[in-house]
Design a protein around this ligand. Structure first.
Ligand SMILES: [Zn+2]
Length: 603
């Protein structure tokens, strides 16, 4: 059944995404937009075929109107001004926007199967009352006429970003909200995370022919637009005359595009991978970065595909746009005035999001750590592999340091299961989603072992690609692959802020046997790996599984009886006589986030 599903998907015939008890909705968008570059507005027509694969009859549907966040008094504006540590890109900038600088999406009319329907807009959320209830297994057509004003760039999308890119068009269209087994997900947009419905997009953008458009999806009419999409194209550029760009894509859950007259557009075709496109505005200081970026990016895609599952689309675009780095299907918006290390670093992070969120479409508001944390893991490993092929250093060092620092110094930590929008501070969110999220995988690798971990990541991709996985879905795969029980790990690391602190507290000798005495000082239990160094310079390794695992990871020498999680102390019998032991240490460095490394060693 799984094979059939994948086959359908590969053939683009993905219509019935029902698998066992799992279901998900589907969208098929057709959109046409007309840019008015003078006023930074556009008019749009949207034809949406919406498939209800849920077991429920729907009487209403909801859309996100993200541009409405860029109006004084919006939820994003108030949230930003209330936070103790606001994102500096937002701050109180929304409150200061003049009418012509604000963003909005205004609905002119909505029809269901050709009949006018009623709607109501509340901030960034729009409710539409269906004329005909949508029964399980049925589809309906919703047509919409809308107008929008592109806000001055405040966060992610907008006009005139800090590097002078004219249009960064993310969150630009009325977007159907996701309905899943938990119901509707209608988070007012406060600048953080996204969750979208899987489906197809067919988008026609009409804009002055002087603009180069970079976009999600495949361009259908390269000969008409030129601009590096086809060979002989110089004659196509005629300011004052419009061109329509036509993009299509399937098996994605969002669509972004950017436009600027000064884009330099280059591309390389990877032999066993996607066509990589690059769009940037020439800047002498950073020419070298952008010249070297394509080859590094290709190496990165190769590694990501080999290690985490093959990139399934035929194209990926790196676009200078937006306000830092943000992932979209088949594309990223990044700021481009960066030296090579920084430029490639941000591209690898955003590219790794193609795996974590854009293919494995977790609800990133609820499970942000499966989005940012997993991406940090994959992006950092890949960056490291490509930049330092000889493997120096630990790619996860920064996340480890930043988590330990936050755990020790700040009162900002909240459990990772906190909804992304509802963290008290931005710092607390960042620490949870990015650092602690990355450490979830780093420590999982330690708990289950490298081989089981790598197989878990591949299985996760194959089983949950183009769907909406949850934490338990991932964990179940890790359990199957390792043969270990892991619910405790999720419970402690995700559902609490309990920390890890183990210590080597002494040596002991009774009845002719020698022991290393270990103590669990922190509340979170873990399996423990111990190294004993003898005075003659020999090294002895021991492994103490945790009883909650109901087993131990494979390939470990010196496996001792399991440590009961309820017991704070453990006496580990060792082969070296007490008087011959030079030192003992816990093999945690870079693998386990033990908050007090000082007591991990006894000399
Ligand atoms: Zn990210």
């Amino acid at each position: 059944m799984k094979y059939g599903y994948v086959l359908l998907l590969a053939l683009g015939l993905w219509q019935v995404p029902v698998l066992g008890n799992y279901w998900q909705q589907r969208v098929e968008y057709r959109m046409e937009v007309n840019m008015d570059e003078e006023n930074h507005r556009f008019s749009g027509y949207q034809h949406l075929r919406y498939f209800n694969y849920s077991p429920d009859t729907l009487f209403k549907v909801y859309y996100h109107l993200y541009f409405n966040a860029f109006m004084p008094g919006s939820a994003m504006d108030i949230r930003s001004r209330q936070m103790p540590d606001p994102d500096r890109r937002i701050g109180s900038r929304i409150a200061a926007l003049k009418t012509y600088e604000q963003g909005y999406q205004r609905i002119r009319g909505i029809r269901q199967n050709g009949q006018e329907v009623a709607w109501e807009v509340r901030g960034t959320i729009m409710e539409v009352i269906l004329l005909e209830p949508l029964l399980p297994g049925m589809a309906t057509v919703l047509e919409m006429d809308f107008e929008a004003q592109v806000p001055l760039q405040i966060r992610r999308c907008g006009r005139f970003n800090a590097e002078g890119i004219d249009y960064s068009m993310a969150q630009w269209y009325p977007k159907m909200a996701e309905y899943d087994e938990d119901g509707w997900h209608l988070d007012p947009y406060v600048s953080r995370e996204f969750y979208g419905v899987w489906g197809s997009f067919d988008v026609k953008i009409t804009i002055d022919s002087s603009y180069v458009v970079a976009s999600t999806g495949y361009l259908k009419n390269p000969r008409e637009v030129g601009h590096g999409y086809c060979q002989a194209d110089k004659w196509k550029r005629k300011p004052g005359r419009d061109i329509t760009w036509h993009f299509v894509a399937d098996s994605i859950h969002d669509f972004a595009w950017a436009a600027d007259p000064d884009y330099v557009h280059t591309h390389i075709q990877m032999p066993n991978g996607p066509l990589l496109r690059f769009f940037h505005v020439a800047n002498d200081t950073f020419t070298d970065s952008w010249e070297k970026l394509p080859e590094l990016t290709a190496n990165g895609f190769n590694y990501l595909s080999t290690r985490f599952g093959k990139y399934p689309y035929g194209q990926y675009s790196v676009v200078q746009a937006g306000d830092g780095g943000m992932e979209y299907p088949m594309a990223t918006f990044i700021t481009g005035r960066r030296y090579l290390g920084s430029l490639f670093g941000v591209v690898m992070h955003e590219a790794a999001h193609s795996w974590y969120q854009l293919i494995l479409g977790t609800n990133e508001a609820r499970h942000h750590w499966m989005d940012e944390g997993f991406t940090n893991y994959a992006g950092n490993v890949t960056f490291h592999k490509v930049m330092y092929p000889n493997g120096k250093g630990n790619p996860h060092e920064r996340s480890m340091a930043s988590y330990l620092h936050a755990q020790a110094e700040f009162d900002i930590l909240e459990p990772l299961c906190t909804h992304a929008d509802h963290f008290v501070t931005n710092a607390g969110y960042g620490n949870a989603a990015y650092s602690k999220g990355e450490l979830f995988l780093v420590q999982l690798e330690y708990v289950v072992g490298e081989a089981a971990f790598n197989r878990t990541m591949k299985d996760y991709f194959n089983k949950w690609g183009f769907r909406h996985p949850r934490p338990e879905d991932f964990l179940r795969i890790a359990e199957n692959r390792s043969g270990l029980i892991l619910d405790w790990f999720l419970e402690y690391w995700i559902h609490s802020t309990k920390h890890i602190d183990y210590a080597v507290v002494g040596l002991k000798r009774t009845q002719g046997k020698s022991y290393v005495v270990l103590e669990r000082k922190g509340p979170m239990p873990m399996p423990v790996e111990v190294v004993v160094l003898s005075k003659t310079g020999d090294e002895y390794r021991y492994y103490v599984p945790l009883d909650l695992m109901q087993g131990s990871k494979g390939g470990m020498a010196g496996t001792a009886p399991a440590w009961m999680w309820v017991a704070p102390r453990y006496e580990l019998e060792v082969a070296v006589p007490k008087h011959k032991i030079a030192s003992v240490y816990l093999d945690f460095k870079g693998k386990v986030a033990d908050i007090d490394p000082a007591n991990d060693r006894l000399d």
